[in-house]
Design a protein around this ligand. Structure first.
Ligand SMILES: Nc1ncnc2c1ncn2[C@@H]1O[C@H](COP(=O)(O)OP(=O)(O)OP(=O)(O)O)[C@@H](O)[C@H]1O
Ligand SMILES: O=C(O)c1ccc[n+]([C@@H]2O[C@H](COP(=O)([O-])O)[C@@H](O)[C@H]2O)c1
Length: 199
């Protein structure tokens, strides 16, 4: 049974923060691998400003080099956009793997807007990864009203495969302030490096 952490994201572009949190989660959760699921399009984010898929996946491959991280276009192949659908499809496709959903603290305040988020939380355990300056918002998140009853101690996080779902744990990882938003602000045309000249 391979133990896989799934980090879904826009990766617009991928950055050092993604790599650091993935490596820290790899250790904290005793994972075999982290899979970066590069999203064809986050249903809650505007399309405007989203670089081509090809560039986002290429940037992810560059950042993930020589790490136990696999960059995946699973959502393109499965035709899924919503995480709850992706998780159902990935569990069907890999019945012998154990999966845990990884998400940064900044995604928790909007988690109650995700499609069937309670069902999602009942599909795989969730590990929330610390992100500088987002911890108060995360604790106060609307979804936490329901999820609070399912919190598991980070000290026992390596036992996640034994948890009955829903289960959510908060990992206090070394903080990394990097964000794709600030990278785009300093280099709006970053994706040109990754797209073919003909385009
Ligand atoms: N520095 C970081 N610390 C903790 N979690 C992070 C960090 N950067 C990204 N994440 C998490 O990784 C996942 C994918 O993030 P995403 O690709 O949206 O990058 P981002 O930097 O948050 O992008 P943007 O600034 O465009 O919103 C999300 O769950 C996000 O919370
Ligand atoms: O399923 C949903 O309704 C849903 C709504 C918003 C975001 N997500 C997922 O959350 C992950 C993080 O997205 P992002 O754009 O913040 O990097 C990515 O895998 C998205 O597909 C999923």
């Amino acid at each position: 049974m391979a133990r896989i952490g799934l980090l879904g994201g826009s990766f617009n572009p991928a950055h050092r923060g993604h790599r650091r949190i993935s490596l820290a989660a790899h250790r904290a959760l005793a994972l075999d691998e982290v899979w970066w699921l590069v999203s064809p399009g986050n249903p809650l984010k505007p399309k405007k400003g989203m670089a081509p898929y090809e560039a986002r996946i290429a940037s992810a491959r560059e950042i993930a080099r020589r790490a136990p991280i696999d960059v995946s276009d699973f959502e393109i192949r499965a035709g899924t956009r919503y995480t709850v659908d992706t998780l159902a499809a990935i569990k069907r496709r890999y019945p012998h793997h154990e999966f845990i959903w990884l998400m940064g603290e900044d995604t928790l305040p909007d988690f109650h807007k995700w499609k069937n988020w309670r069902k999602l939380a009942a599909t795989v355990p969730i590990a929330v990864l610390a992100r500088p300056s987002y911890d108060d918002d995360a604790r106060a998140a609307r979804a936490m009203g329901w999820l609070r009853g399912f919190v598991r101690p980070a000290a026992k996080a390596k036992n996640w495969t034994e948890w009955r779902v829903p289960a959510i744990t908060f990992l206090r990882l070394p903080p990394d302030p990097t964000s794709a938003t600030s990278l785009r602000a300093s280099d709006p045309y970053w994706y040109r490096r990754f797209t073919s000249a003909e385009e």
